[in-house]
Write a protein that binds this ligand. Sequence first.
Ligand code: PGA
Length: 232
Amino acid sequence: MIVAANFKTNLNRAKTAAYVKELESFIQANGVTKDIRIFPPFTALDRFECSFKVGAQNAYPADHGAYTGEIGTEQLDEFGINMILIGHSERRHVIKESQESIAQKYDFFKEKGYEIVYCIGEPLEIRELGNDELLEYLDAQLEGIDLSYEKLVVAYEPVWAIGTGKVPTLSDIELIHNALKGRISKPILYGGSVKPDNTREICAIDSVDGVLVGGASLTVESFGKIITEAKE
Ligand code: PGA
C-alpha cells in the first residue's frame, strides 16, 4: 500500500520539519512497512532524515532558466527530491494547466527518472453524465502519458470529492479502478476526502493500491491513523 500526503498550500517550513520528525517517530514506533510519501510546499523542502519519500507538488519542466515564479530540477536536486505530483486537479482546474502542458511536464520528469504520481479525475458534471462519459474523460487525461513508465503511480481523484467530504460509493470506486486497471498496469491510488474513518473500506477494494490524502494528512495524528487503517 502507498499512503501519500499532499499538503498543498498548508504548513510552513517549521511546521513541516516538526511533522517530518513526528511522522518518522510514528513509523518507527509502529514498525510501518507501507510506502509512505509526503508532498510539502516548496518552501518547506529540505534534506530530511526520514525513512519515507518526500516529493514536490509541482515544478517547471526545466533544469533552470527564466521562468519567474517557478522552480526546476536544479532547485529540487539541492534537497535530493526525485518524486513529483503531476496533473493534480487543482493544477488542472485552478491553475489551468492544459493536458498538453501536463504531458510535456510528464515527459520531462520521466526523462529525468523522477517517480511520478500522476493524478486524474472528473468534475461533477461529467460524473453525472454516466460511467461511459466518465471513463472517456479520464482517458483524455491519459493522452500523451507514457503508461509503461516504470516509476509511475496513478491517483484517481474525483474533483468533486476533493476537500468536500464527499466520497464516491465503494462500488463506484471499484468500478472506476477496475476500468483503469484494464488500461494501466501500475499502482492506482484513490484520492478525495480520504479520512481515518473511511480508509479501511476504501483500501479493502482490490484495485485500490493506496490513497492520496490532502486535508486529513495535515496532522500526524490523523495521517498516522490513515496509515494504520490502510491494508498491508
Ligand atoms: P482531500 O485532497 O483529501 O483534502 O480531499 C486530496 C487531494 O487533493 O489530493
